[in-house]
Design a protein around this ligand. Structure first.
Ligand SMILES: Cc1cc2nc3c(=O)[nH]c(=O)nc-3n(C[C@H](O)[C@H](O)[C@H](O)COP(=O)(O)OP(=O)(O)OC[C@H]3O[C@@H](n4cnc5c(N)ncnc54)[C@H](O)[C@@H]3O)c2cc1C
Length: 242
């Protein structure tokens, strides 16, 4: 297991940035966060199970999470205010290995895009500008495209509303890339897995309970029974059972 810590964070802001999508900045200890693609497991008052949310960005002062309101937990999260405190486990999961690529391609779908933003920043810090393909249902769902462009990343956005999927953009974008880094819904990841011949690292989602590898609740046949929370959520392409 990675180094994991339970910390109390103070909310600096919690703002809506797209349809049903919020960005929350949490001030507090980030010393346990090692690689982009790791996640925080946040405690929400009144709910028994914590909710896993990817770390979109982090620095010496705090971290950002970007989440979609899909149910009770994320809706309650969206109602929290500046100055409120949030209990989160951080340092969870294995993230992306950014040392394997010199010409990376980031492929994200919906609220799978946030961990790729942190990864893009890691690459840019190392002097590498990744390309990105981001897919959303419609214009009002688009997140982080302008931030990626501001980092200097060539970024293509595809919208289901225009009849385009991320895989449709692959032929024009993947040309000089040497590896892809993907996060999004399982059907999108499967489509990318079959359409893109490059080596890849894919971040999978699963319902999970403890987030610490103890309960086995997130064991997935997609990765031959491995636990998404500790063996992943990021897996190299060759470990997928598709
Ligand atoms: C490692 C990891 C990282 C994640 N990162 C993000 C992120 O950065 N941003 C974000 O918006 N979401 C992320 N998720 C998904 C997020 O955890 C769920 O949306 C959240 O737990 C839903 O909680 P809820 O109480 O609002 O909804 P619930 O009432 O628990 O569920 C509402 C609906 O969401 C579906 N759902 C719940 N959990 C998941 C899940 N894990 N995967 C797929 N569908 C689910 C349910 O089937 C149901 O239809 C991540 C999940 C994992 C495992």
């Amino acid at each position: 297991m990675n180094n994991t810590a339970q910390s109390i964070y103070t909310i600096a802001y919690n703002v809506q940035i797209a349809r049903q999508v919020y960005r929350m900045r949490l001030i507090g200890d980030t010393s346990y966060i090692e690689t982009p693609g790791q996640f925080a497991n946040v405690n929400i008052d009144g709910l028994f199970l914590r909710r896993p949310i990817s770390i979109a960005d982090s620095d010496g002062f705090g971290l950002d999470i970007i989440y979609k309101t899909v149910g009770e937990g994320t809706t309650r999260l969206s109602r929290m205010k500046t100055g409120d405190t949030l209990d989160a486990l951080v340092g969870l999961g294995s993230g992306y290995d950014s040392k394997t690529s010199k010409r990376p391609l980031l492929i994200g779908g919906g609220v799978g895009v946030p961990p790729l933003f942190g990864l893009a920043k890691r690459f840019v810090k190392a002097g590498i500008k990744p390309k990105a393909i981001l897919g959303f249902q419609a214009e009002e769902d688009v997140i982080l495209a302008s931030e990626l462009r501001a980092l200097g990343c060539e970024t293509v956005v595809t919208l289901d509303a225009n009849g385009k999927r991320v895989t449709d953009a692959l032929p024009e974008v993947m040309g000089e890339c040497d590896e892809y880094f993907a996060c999004g819904p399982i059907p999108m990841l499967k489509a990318v897995f079959y359409a893109c011949p490059l080596p890849g690292q894919l971040s999978l989602e699963a319902r999970m309970a403890c987030g610490l590898g103890l309960c086995q609740g997130c064991s997935s046949s997609d990765v031959r029974g491995q636990r998404i929370c500790v063996n992943g959520p990021v897996f190299p392409k060759e470990e997928l059972a598709w």
